[in-house]
Structure formats: structure tokens, C-alpha cells
Design a protein around this ligand. Structure first.
Ligand code: CP
Length: 309
């Protein structure tokens, strides 16, 4: 069991919660690598995946996690629903819940949407990304990936590079990594580093090479062109020159570092293809971890920790 009824953000979890999720994910990682990749743990549970914003990894990963746990799954996409006829979020969800749905996984463009819903409907809510606020399962799968690669999170140095200002991945990662004892630095153009960021206990650096020399792990964020209402840097070409990671920079470092990216990648902007697909990259391990971590979150929120898997 977790200390919270919903997963709204890492901010609401304690260290024990994150430890339980990562520990449970280890078991589910074994399950999804068996010839029979399924367990009956949630066969009495129905989950709706409610996506008001585009997604590839998170939506498919949640759906697969639910199916691997034998839950019944329904998928909702805002563009093909009655939301376009003016139905409110609460009405939409209450209509879905009337069909006897137990858990709601929701991605929404508005910060706080998952929290809002959790106070108005009678179901477990999992935030699959709410605007520029939080993306808790991404941070958990990133932490799990680092733990698998480096053995633990305690004392590890992680730099998050790029568009910190618009990134829910950055905020959730900062909360999660700090909670688990890692040291965190953010790096990017000054215009993409929010003024309050150092109050979260992170180091701030604007020179990519210095940041990379400091870290064990570099998490290269996507430039979120869809959330940039004004231009924060002169051009993508200039961004790539100053903050893009390429093999020449990587080979010039004094030690080997691990490279992460939450996806989707703007190849040639925040990271070149040879680095994204190279030996230091754990980008596809992050995707594999995502299914195991989301299985763990669903399982623990459904209160199944005492059951046999
Ligand atoms: N990392 C991530 O959230 O990707 P999607 O937007 O494809 O879900």
C-alpha cells in the first residue's frame, strides 16, 4: 500500500512510497520478461485511460501494464469524444465511472487537472502528465532505470538538460531524485531556467560541458515547441550548438556518463542520433522500465501489496 490514495505527483509521495514502487517494479520486470508475461492481480479491476493530450509512450505503456495485470481496459481520446460537444471533465469522468470503472489514468494539458478530478470523483486517479506540472510515472521510471544501471540512486549526480521551464518531467524528476538521495543539477539557456528552481535544492549551470563533467547521468529533455508562447532562444540550430549532446562532446569527457531522454526525441536538436542510439544511451531501457513501474503503481494503488503476484 502507498501512503496516498492517488498518484497525483511525486510531491505527494514519501521515500517509503517511492522505495515500494521501485522494489515492486523489480518483480514486474521479471514478469514481463517471462514467456508468459501476465499475472492475474487486477482481474477484478477496470481502468480507463483518459488522454486529452497526445502521447505514444505513456498511453501504450499504461495500457500494456494494465493488460499484463489482467485488468479490463477502456481507452478514451478527447478528440473523438463528446468533450468536443462541450461536456465538462467531471461529467465525462462520472459517465465513465457509471460503467463501473475503478481507476482513471489521465493526461491533460492543464496543470492540476488530476488533483481537481481526485476531489470530485470516486475512483483512484493516476496523473499521466498535467500540463507543465508533473509527470510522476516518468520520474519513477527514470529513477528505476538509473537504479538498474548504477545500482542505487543515493549520491548519484544527475543533470537535467534543456527546457526546464516547460517540463513536467523535470519537476517530477527533481522531486523524485532528491527524495531518493541523488544530487540534481539543471542546465539550459537562462531563459528556460525558472527563477525559483534553486529553491528546490538543485544546482544550476548554463554551461553544458561543465554540467556533463559534473554528472553521472544526463537526462536530455525535449524542447517543447508546443508550450513556447514566445521565443526563448534565437533558433533550434543555435540551441543544438550550445545545448545539444553529440558524440564529440561525449568522447571529450573525462569519464563515461549514462544518457537518458524521456522521448519523443527531436533528433539533431537536444541529442544526435549517434548518441541516442549509442552504447551510453539507456533510452529504450527507460521505455521497458516504464511498463514495470506502471504495473507497480497500478498494483500498489489497487491495494494488492499483500496478494500473491
Ligand atoms: N515521455 C512521454 O511522456 O512520452 P509521450 O508523450 O509519448 O507519452
Amino acid at each position: 500500500m502507498l501512503s496516498v490514495p492517488h498518484l497525483l505527483g511525486i510531491k505527494y509521495l514519501n521515500r517509503d512510497d517511492v522505495g515500494k514502487i521501485l522494489h515492486t517494479a523489480e518483480t514486474f520486470l521479471d514478469v514481463i520478461n517471462r514467456p508468459i508475461k501476465k499475472v492475474p492481480s487486477l482481474r477484478d479491476i477496470t481502468v480507463v485511460n483518459l488522454f486529452f493530450e497526445n502521447s505514444t509512450r505513456t498511453r501504450l505503456s499504461f495500457e500494456l501494464a494494465e493488460k499484463r495485470l489482467s485488468a479490463d481496459v477502456i481507452n478514451f481520446s478527447a478528440s473523438s469524444s463528446s468533450v468536443s460537444k462541450g461536456e465538462t471533465l467531471v461529467d465525462t469522468v462520472n459517465n465513465i465511472l457509471a460503467m463501473k470503472v475503478d481507476m482513471v489514468v489521465m493526461r491533460h494539458p492543464k496543470p492540476g487537472a488530476a488533483h481537481f478530478l481526485s476531489q470530485r470523483v470516486d475512483a483512484r486517479i493516476i496523473n499521466a502528465g498535467d500540463g507543465a506540472h508533473e509527470h510522476p510515472t516518468q520520474a519513477l521510471l527514470d529513477a528505476f532505470t538509473i537504479q538498474r544501471k548504477l545500482g542505487s540512486l543515493e549520491g548519484k549526480k544527475v543533470v537535467i538538460v534543456g527546457d526546464i521551464l516547460h517540463s513536467r518531467v523535470a519537476l517530477s524528476n527533481i522531486y523524485c531524485l532528491k527524495l531518493m538521495g541523488a544530487e540534481v543539477m539543471v542546465c539550459g539557456p537562462p531563459t528556460l531556467l525558472p527563477r525559483y528552481i534553486s529553491s528546490l535544492g538543485v544546482l544550476v549551470e548554463t554551461d553544458l560541458k561543465k554540467a556533463l563533467e559534473w554528472c553521472d547521468v544526463a537526462n536530455m529533455l525535449r524542447i517543447q515547441l508546443e508550450r513556447q508562447e514566445i521565443q526563448y532562444f534565437p533558433s533550434l540550430r543555435e540551441y543544438a550548438m550550445l545545448y545539444g549532446l553529440n558524440s564529440k562532446i561525449l568522447e571529450g569527457l573525462k569519464k563515461e556518463i549514462t544518457i537518458m531522454h524521456p522521448g519523443p526525441i527531436n533528433r539533431g536538436v537536444e541529442i544526435t542520433s549517434d548518441v541516442a542510439d549509442g552504447p551510453h544511451s539507456v533510452i529504450l531501457n527507460q521505455v521497458e522500465s516504464g511498463v514495470a513501474v506502471r504495473m507497480a503503481v497500478l498494483y500498489l494503488l489497487a491495494g494488492r501489496a499483500e496478494d500473491k503476484m
